[in-house]
Design a protein around this ligand. Structure first.
Ligand SMILES: Nc1nc2c([nH]c(=O)n2[C@@H]2O[C@H](COP(=O)(O)OP(=O)(O)OP(=O)(O)O)[C@@H](O)[C@H]2O)c(=O)[nH]1
Ligand SMILES: [Mg+2]
Length: 317
């Protein structure tokens, strides 16, 4: 949660992608704060400036490019010993000009998968997660027939799904692990990532482990996660998001944002509450509950990473 007694320096920064999906990074000059580390280009918002103008000015000053289109990606508050920053990160989707280090700083395009091995200022780690995560996430429905399930999954991967939470509460542990192995190899063939929903055994090939909101309250540090594997969690309110932050999740799902077909009369957050809750955490959050493909725009406008869905993704393609 942000510390209201702290004055955060508002900094805009950009995740700039080329047509192949590579991301442009610059190396901070040695004499500056966090010198020598890689950064997302950007800088301080001047007084009276709106963030998008600050971003446009910084990208011209630092890289000689003209910003044409950008959308919010994530906001992070971080307290260094010397200063506190609010990193207001935007995803640049269109620009003109050829990026070069106008202030003499080295600039390089990296694939998203190269980012975790680079050295960044410590505030940046959630930005790397956000840059690697897609806008849409599929949470699978309960598998009935495994062969049919894999075939259905392949259709969604072909349609562009790049993040899958393999959720199968009805399967025995051995069956879950066997099907998970197949889900992972199928998804990896498409360059998609697979998060396993709290199996008793964590597979080395999986990209992450997902916790239900109940599992969030288990003993800290006992989750069977390996180095490099993400930890995600289902949350429904501020208390669960805070707990997710305390145990160090990489990203979360917040629900229900809208009414769902399975619980049509149940209370839901609505987009404004979603935005207010997301504003206070420093990791990417997917909107879940009642999401259709069109809601990706709403999720991004309200500070989310994107949308997660079971039914609408499984049945709409
Ligand atoms: N641009 C940028 N700044 C970051 C990142 N991560 C991070 O902690 N910061 C911190 O945000 C602060 C402001 O960034 P900056 O030094 O780029 O500001 P600026 O371009 O206006 O530079 P200037 O002070 O030379 O005018 C610095 O303390 C920097 O360490 C990042 O990824 N990109
Ligand atoms: Mg700068």
């Amino acid at each position: 949660m942000p510390n209201t007694a702290v004055k955060y320096l508002h900094v805009v920064a950009a995740v700039i992608r080329d047509a192949a999906g590579n991301i442009l990074l610059a190396q901070r000059p040695a004499h500056k704060h966090q010198g020598g580390k890689w950064e997302f280009p950007g800088g301080k918002v001047e007084s009276g400036e709106i963030p998008l103008h600050a971003l446009s000015r910084e990208l011209d000053e630092e890289l000689g490019i003209q910003l044409q289109q950008a959308q919010p990606l994530i906001k992070i508050r971080y307290v260094y010993s010397e200063l506190a920053v609010l990193l207001d990160v935007w995803e640049v989707t269109a620009f003109s000009g050829i990026a070069h280090g106008r202030e003499g700083q080295p600039v390089t395009w990296f694939s998203a998968e190269q980012l975790p091995a680079l050295e960044f200022p410590p505030a940046n780690y959630p930005i790397i997660t956000a840059a690697r995560l897609p806008v849409r996430c599929l949470i699978t429905p309960e598998p009935q027939d495994p062969a049919d399930f894999l075939q259905q999954l392949a259709v969604r991967l072909q349609a562009g799904i790049r993040l899958v939470v393999f959720r199968a509460k009805s399967l025995a542990a051995d069956d879950y692990v066997a099907l998970a192995g197949e889900v992972i190899s199928l998804a990896h063939g498409f360059g998609a990532k697979v998060i396993l929903n709290s199996p008793p055994l964590m597979l080395a090939q999986a990209d992450g482990l997902h916790l239900t909101s109940t599992q969030l309250w288990g003993e800290k540090g006992v989750f069977p996660r390996r180095e490099g594997q993400w930890l995600s969690a289902s949350c429904h309110d501020e208390r669960e998001l805070q707990r997710a932050a305390d145990i160090g999740v990489d990203f979360a799902f917040l629900s229900p944002v809208l009414p769902t077909l399975s619980h049509p009369g149940a209370a839901h957050l609505g987009w404004e509450s979603f935005a207010a809750l997301v504003e206070n955490v420093n990791f990417p959050v997917y909107a879940l509950g009642g999401m259709t493909p069109d809601h990706v725009v709403n999720a991004r406008q309200h500070g989310g990473q994107g949308t997660a869905a079971i039914r609408s993704v499984w049945s709409s393609v």
